[in-house]
Design a binder for this molecule. Structure first.
Ligand SMILES: Nc1ncnc2c1ncn2[C@@H]1O[C@H](COP(=O)(O)OP(=O)(O)OP(=O)(O)O)[C@@H](O)[C@H]1O
Ligand SMILES: [Mg+2]
Length: 372
């Protein structure tokens, strides 16, 4: 749980400290107040590019003369830890630096050891109808929750792939290409296996989903993932390495690797309706997403001994009263820290006395229920 949060020059916050007691956090305020920005700041306490997938420079407050930073005291399975992250500019351009207990960490992936986070944002309402990349990232973030090394492997694969792309474009030496392909194949199998394993566990957790949320069926679709269905990992690794070697001319022409775990997709179906998630109603799609995020939170709670932090941006407004009350109760049962946002504090009435309320106005935050 986040017990203290410090924002410096982050989006519309010049400087802000928030002390929290561990109960759910409810942030309400008008449009443009800074509610989503606050959740985005928290999302930077986990590996990745945050819930907006922002370019690093973009998150700095406009007109600020200092670089942005987000720091937090968190309590978790490993005890209290101070983590911090922010923008640094080096010779290679902008990058995100991470500190754990005052010591520089090797990179954002190190945050996965201390923090487990999941989020739902209004942008994700189109997750099932847009391209595969957002669904793949969604799945990968779920997998980080029970396999912190997954983030490191995904970035190692992508780095080797980018290096190979560059070599292909420059007509680089065969042995350098082979070395990158070797790395790609090793990481690809590990990434694909973790996704398959993650999807299977999630599927089992989704089966235990009672209450008003729908049942969902999920599966990972991808070349390497599919090969793992009936072949041992070593054979798949050899096969993918051989494929990459034979695809060099095609990949060079395309300017990218055409096949691999970077093209995988997460397939979701509404079980009762036996319908692809993309064909379900907006509300049904939202409910499917919530069901998946909750199933994942239950899994993480079992594995780590504590539920992940959930950032639920404008989720309450989409649900009818029965589903909203059921969601609140399920979140209390789960016991992790939940961050809610909304423009209307009335929707959160059932949480009064059981959550910490804050009113957000134009980059400032005041404790207490927002009466408009
Ligand atoms: N880098 C930045 N520097 C300064 N302000 C920014 C920056 N990026 C975004 N903002 C502004 O921060 C304000 C708050 O944005 P945010 O998305 O947090 O609002 P919100 O409270 O979630 O509103 P809504 O209810 O409409 O979702 C917006 O006016 C936005 O333009
Ligand atoms: Mg918002």
């Amino acid at each position: 749980m986040v017990r203290r949060l410090d924002l410096t020059e982050f989006r519309n916050y010049a400087a802000l400290r928030l002390e929290l007691d561990g109960r759910p956090v409810v942030l309400t305020g008008p449009n443009g107040a800074g509610k989503t920005n606050m959740l985005e700041a928290v999302s930077f306490l986990a590996p990745g590019r945050g819930l907006r997938r922002a370019r690093l420079g973009e998150a700095g407050r406009q007109g600020a003369t200092r670089r942005w930073a987000v720091a937090a005291r968190i309590t978790g399975p490993t005890g209290p830890v101070d983590i911090g992250t922010g923008l640094a500019e080096g010779e290679e351009g902008e990058r995100r630096v991470v500190h754990v207990d005052g010591q520089p960490a090797s990179g954002p992936a190190a945050l996965g050891q201390h923090m487990s986070l999941a989020w739902l944002t209004p942008q994700m309402d189109r997750l099932f109808v847009e391209g595969a990349s957002a669904r793949r990232r969604f799945l990968d973030r779920l997998v980080y929750g029970f396999d912190p090394d997954h983030a490191r492997r995904v970035s190692a694969f992508e780095r080797a792939m980018r290096d190979r792309n560059r070599l292909l474009a420059l007509g680089g030496e065969q042995r350098w290409l082979a070395a990158q392909e070797e790395t790609m194949a090793g990481q690809a199998v590990a990434v694909a296996a973790a996704r398959r394993d993650g999807a299977q566990r999630l599927q089992a957790a989704l089966r235990q989903n009672a209450g008003p949320l729908p049942q969902a069926d999920i599966a990972v679709l991808g070349l390497v993932e599919n090969w793992l269905e009936d072949q041992p990992a070593v054979a798949v690794e050899d096969r993918y390495r051989a494929l990459l070697a034979s695809q060099r001319p095609v990949d060079a022409a395309a300017g990218m690797a055409l096949e691999g775990p970077h093209r995988a997709d997460l397939i979701v179906r509404h079980t009762e309706k036996n319908q692809a998630a993309g064909l379900c109603s907006t509300g049904e799609q939202k409910a499917l997403l919530i069901a998946i995020v909750l199933a994942n939170a239950r899994l993480t709670a079992l594995r780590r001994g504590s539920a992940p932090i959930l950032l639920l941006d404008e989720v309450a407004a989409h649900l009818d009263r029965t589903r909203r009350d059921a969601l609140f109760e399920e979140l209390f049962a789960l016991g992790g820290q939940v961050w809610f946002t909304g423009t209307d504090s009335d929707l959160f009435r059932p949480l009064e006395g059981r959550a910490e309320f804050f009113a957000v106005r134009d980059g400032t935050v005041v404790a207490g229920i927002d009466r408009g």
